[in-house]
Write a protein that binds this ligand. Structure first.
Ligand SMILES: [Zn+2]
Length: 289
């Protein structure tokens, strides 16, 4: 099935998505809407339009939307960036965060980044929708990072602009001291879902999430071989936060769709988004007890 029939079916399924449970169809539809803005490089008009879209969707789902603007010094000069943070207040003082980046990497060609980073943006918005009427004892933050991608070659100075900014800000304002865990998602829409056992991540948190995945019947998608990948969780790990990165780093044959014009919507699967979303949702419920 393809084309119009598939689109109509996806829209029906997305519209039928229930409160309280992550829907892959709804997450995929949100991802499609995000990707339709085109390349979402930091400081671009498309990025600003997406920021407004994220704020609007968070508010529709009953979340506070906090904007966190900053200026980053990049190899391309000073660039205006903005993290967007959804907040649902809990009954206690502790906090949990789920994060992902929404920017796409700058390329000389038209890079739409369906998986990188449409998928993380769409899934965070779907989590906001699914958790609309749920209450937690911990504050829940849904963090949309800008500037994850390097402008040139990846380095400590040229990468992770949004997460480095927020980790420093939250360290200064006391939020980090209340933050019990941060789960970052990146490139989680690939129809061939293989979540890396990311080696920098907090091992107790990783074990909890792998345990939940196994209990929900999705254990086969969560790999056992450790592999280290720098991502938006690292600035938080460096500040002593228990943090985990959920990333599928094998995208297409020999990873050949990564950072290429092949990173398009047809490579994604609602099932993959649903698996990661439901596992993360259950992890939040358990961590908030
Ligand atoms: Zn990337």
């Amino acid at each position: 099935m393809h084309g119009r029939k598939a689109l109509v079916l996806a829209l029906i399924l997305a519209a039928a998505a229930q409160a309280g449970q992550v829907s892959g169809a709804s997450a995929l539809e949100l991802t499609r809407q995000v990707v339709e803005f085109g390349p979402r490089t930091p400081g671009s008009a498309a990025s600003r339009k997406l920021q407004s879209f994220i704020v609007q969707k968070l508010k529709e789902s009953g979340w506070q939307a906090i904007e966190d603007p900053f200026t980053a010094q990049t190899p391309a000069g000073r660039v205006a960036m903005k993290n967007i943070i959804g907040l649902k207040k809990g009954s206690g003082s502790a906090a949990l965060a789920v994060s992902g980046h929404y920017d796409t990497k700058r390329f000389p060609f038209r890079f739409v980044g369906a998986n990188d980073a449409g998928s993380s943006t769409g899934l965070l918005l779907e989590l906001a929708r699914a958790m609309k009427d749920e209450s937690f004892s911990h504050d829940i933050y849904l963090v949309f990072f800008d500037g994850e991608e390097a402008f040139g070659e990846w380095s400590d100075q040229d990468s992770l602009y949004g997460s480095r900014h927020l980790a420093a800000k939250w360290r200064a304002d006391g939020t980090l001291a209340r933050l019990k865990a941060l789960i970052n998602v990146d490139m989680i829409g690939d129809r061939d879902l293989k979540i890396v056992h990311e080696a920098y991540s907090s091992e107790p948190l990783r074990r909890l999430v792998w345990q939940i995945a196994a209990e929900l019947g999705h254990g086969a998608h969560f790999l056992s071989q450790p592999f280290a990948i720098e991502d938006d969780h690292v600035p938080f790990l460096r500040n002593g936060v228990r943090a985990l990165n959920l990333i599928d780093f094998e995208y297409g044959p020999d990873h050949s769709w990564w950072h290429t014009k092949e990173d398009t919507m047809d490579k994604l699967s609602p099932k993959s988004l649903e698996i990661v979303g439901r596992v993360v949702h259950e992890a939040l419920r358990r961590l908030s007890r």
